[in-house]
Every structure is written in structure tokens, then in C-alpha cells.
Design a protein around this ligand. Structure first.
Ligand SMILES: Nc1ncnc2c1ncn2[C@@H]1O[C@H](COP(=O)(O)OP(=O)(O)O)[C@@H](O)[C@H]1O
Ligand SMILES: [Mg+2]
Length: 247
């Protein structure tokens, strides 16, 4: 079976794309899927730390896309999450062009069940290249009006490219009890869905465990709420029906 290629994008920066990419990849891998996570955010590399491959990376995605090395040489297995492999972004520079990314995707597809493309904020080169390659897009947004409004612009761009509505899904990240309500800037999850115009496929809570594990480069404890949310998201991505609960 060829891998499904998923891109994670947002519009606004810092919504948790890289954190949720690793959580999603680790959760899919824990369910027996072979996962390759490619970070496309040149200069703002963070997946290497979150996935624990920091210091183990010799080649990065820029080396692969420029033809300086074969794709397989840049793939590093995560020591934290068995079944998850990573190609890191460069520390600086590098342009992500669609054609080389397409070639890399075609080369790795047969060997994985999922390839995750962690893009950069906005709709620049990494977004545009990933959008040409991805089978499905996950908008990773936080529950604030700016992220939601920018998310709508990104969703519209993805859908304008003839992508069916079912191929764009919303993941609400950093959700907490007081994210919603009369005194909050956003009323509820329905408002998020309506503003963005995409169906919800996951809700990841605000999580100190997730933040600390990511910063320290250690594995996320399996018994925390964020890990449970990651497992539920992974099951939904595999086509299972799992109820969407907030807590
Ligand atoms: N669910 C969460 N709970 C707590 N902190 C989070 C969560 N998701 C992301 N963060 C934090 O938000 C910051 C930005 O996350 P990151 O994944 O780097 O965003 P992006 O890739 O979109 O720029 C990081 O400090 C990260 O630890
Ligand atoms: Mg990032």
C-alpha cells in the first residue's frame, strides 16, 4: 500500500503545527503505521528536538531537494517514538520547490503508510509545494479569532485548488475549558468549524506535558490527555469512528 500524504498547515504562525505533527506521527506509529514526518519550515526547525533526533541528523530536506543526497540518507528514526522517522528542516535557507518534493514523495510512498508534511506559517513556498503533493490537509489552529480567520483563507486556497472539501480537515489545538464561552472571544467549537469552513477531525488540549516533552526532547507520557487526544486523532485518520470529546 502506498502512503497517504498529509500536510499540516495553519496560516498564522505558532499554532502548534510541529508539535501536532510529531504527536500525530507518534500516535499513528503506536498503532502500527509506518510514518515519515518531513519538516518543511526552513530556519525554524523544531521537529528534530520534539521527535528526539536532534544531533543525529547529518542531512536535511534541503540536501535532499537540491539533490545533494538521496532521500534515505536524510531519514532518521525517532528514538522516542518507534515507527516514526523524520527528515529535518535546514537551520537556514533553502527553498522548497514542488517538483523535487513530488519526486521525494513518489520515492518514499511505497515504504510508509503515512507521510506527514509539516509546513511553515502562511502560504509561501513550503505550503504551495506541500499542497501540490498532499492527499489531505490538516489545518492546525488555536481557538482565537486571528488563527481562525487566517485558517479560513488557507482553507479557501486549498479548496480553490480543486481539492474536495473532504480532503481538508480542522484540528483545534491548545483548547482549554475557558477557550470558549460568553466571555471568551470564540463561543464554541461550532464557531471554529463555521469560521474555517472545514470539518473537525481532532481536538488537542492545552497541555503542559506536551509542551515540556517537546522542549526537553523526551517522549510524551502515554497517560496524559494530549496523548489520548493524539490516539483519537490517529484512529480517525485511519478511518475509524471515534467520538469527538472535549475532555
Ligand atoms: N497543545 C499544546 N499545549 C501546550 N503547548 C503547546 C501545544 N501545542 C503547541 N504548543 C507550544 O506552542 C509553541 C509553538 O508550537 P509549534 O509546534 O512550534 O508551532 P508551529 O510549528 O505552528 O510554529 C511551542 O512552544 C509548543 O510547545
Ligand atoms: Mg513548526
Amino acid at each position: 500500500m502506498a502512503a497517504e500524504i498529509l500536510m499540516l498547515c495553519s496560516g498564522k504562525g505558532g499554532t502548534g503545527k510541529s508539535t501536532v505533527s510529531v504527536l500525530t506521527g507518534a500516535s499513528l506509529a503506536a498503532q502500527g503505521k509506518r510514518v515519515l514526518l518531513i519538516e518543511l519550515d526552513s530556519g525554524l526547525r523544531s521537529v528534530d528536538i520534539i521527535a528526539g533526533v536532534y544531533g543525529k541528523t547529518v542531512y536535511d530536506i534541503e540536501d535532499v531537494l537540491c539533490g545533494r543526497c538521496e532521500g534515505r540518507k536524510a531519514i532518521v528514526d525517532s528514538p522516542l517514538y518507534p515507527g516514526l522517522s523524520v527528515i529535518s528542516a535546514p537551520y537556514e535557507g533553502g527553498e522548497v520547490a514542488p517538483a523535487p518534493l513530488q519526486r521525494l514523495a513518489a520515492a518514499v510512498r511505497p515504504f510508509y503508510d503515512f507521510v506527514l508534511l509539516d509546513t511553515a506559517a502562511g502560504m509561501g513556498a513550503p505550503f504551495a509545494a506541500a499542497a501540490q503533493v498532499a492527499d489531505r490537509a490538516l489545518l492546525v489552529l488555536t481557538p482565537d479569532p486571528v488563527a481562525l480567520r487566517d485558517g479560513r483563507i488557507v482553507a479557501d486556497r486549498l479548496l480553490a485548488g480543486r481539492r474536495p472539501q473532504s480532503r481538508v480537515r480542522l484540528v483545534m489545538n491548545r483548547v482549554q475549558k475557558h477557550s470558549f464561552g460568553k466571555n471568551a472571544p470564540v463561543a464554541d467549537l461550532d464557531e471554529c468549524i463555521d469560521t474555517v469552513g472545514a470539518q473537525l477531525i481532532g481536538v488537542i488540549p492545552e497541555s503542559r506535558e506536551l509542551q515540556q516533552a517537546a522542549m526537553a526532547g523526551v517522549a510524551l507520557p502515554r497517560d496524559c490527555a494530549a496523548a489520548a487526544a493524539g490516539r483519537a486523532l490517529a484512529k480517525r485518520l485511519c478511518g475509524n469512528r471515534v467520538p469527538l470529546t472535549l475532555w
